[in-house]
Design a protein around this ligand. Sequence first.
Ligand SMILES: Nc1ncnc2c1ncn2[C@@H]1O[C@H](COP(=O)(O)OP(=O)(O)O)[C@@H](O)[C@H]1O
Ligand SMILES: [Mg+2]
Length: 253
Amino acid sequence: MVNAAPLSLRIADVSHAYRIDGAERTVLDGIDLRIAPGAFVALLGASGSGKSTLLRLMAGLERPRSGRILADDVEIAGPGPDRLVMFQDPTLYPWRSVRGNIALGHDIAGRGDRDAVERAIDLVGLRGFERAWPHQLSGGMAQRAALARALVNAPRALLLDEPLGKLDSLTRLTMQTELRRLWEQRGFTAVMVTHDVEEALLLATRVVVIGGRPGRVIGDIAIDMQAPRHRDDARLLGLRRDILGQLGHRELW
Ligand SMILES: Nc1ncnc2c1ncn2[C@@H]1O[C@H](COP(=O)(O)OP(=O)(O)O)[C@@H](O)[C@H]1O
Ligand SMILES: [Mg+2]
């Protein structure tokens, strides 16, 4: 499992709409972003602002109504192994062991790289649980297994849709640190949807704030601070205030 070269992503003037009840509803309007290879970008915004839609477009699960999305300057035509997606729900197969789930993508690709599977188990801290069944895992462990399943395929970009959203708050803190560590070790480009300002500030190298209906980019903040970051750091508290202001929550300053 060598580190794959991180992917650059370009979202060029993308708008998207859904047909709801016979009417066209624009959900994303004029999104224009360049994501540098190896960045950790948080897409932050309120529920319904179009974050998941934007992530699905980057994953190639949907095509934009207008505009283009490019990965390393090549237009995305569909899902690909260079861009793996992780959702809130780990979606492990209940009839496969932890190891069996982690090896799944590999088995399908016919690669059968057992070393890579074993390294991924170690990387996410699931050694000793590789023979467990999914129903025997805690929520955090199940998400670790899902992470390992993605990492074993050495994605060039990992697209994460509120991956820690269903975890209890303490497990969530641990997993935030883990996610940042894995990103540092593996060097992929990370794009993570979250509605948690603190999570975005603790993890990301850049926070893109999406707001309004239809969703637009209303803020874009670089955070060039090493991890581990402390949530009470004065710079982060200042950025938190800026972002909450952008999102229209001045009462929370
Ligand atoms: N498949 C779909 N069909 C119709 N409307 C959708 C679909 N997916 C999302 N939407 C609508 O698009 C808007 C943005 O949704 P979404 O991207 O899930 O936002 P977020 O992830 O920020 O909560 C919402 O109003 C939602 O109801
Ligand atoms: Mg969403």
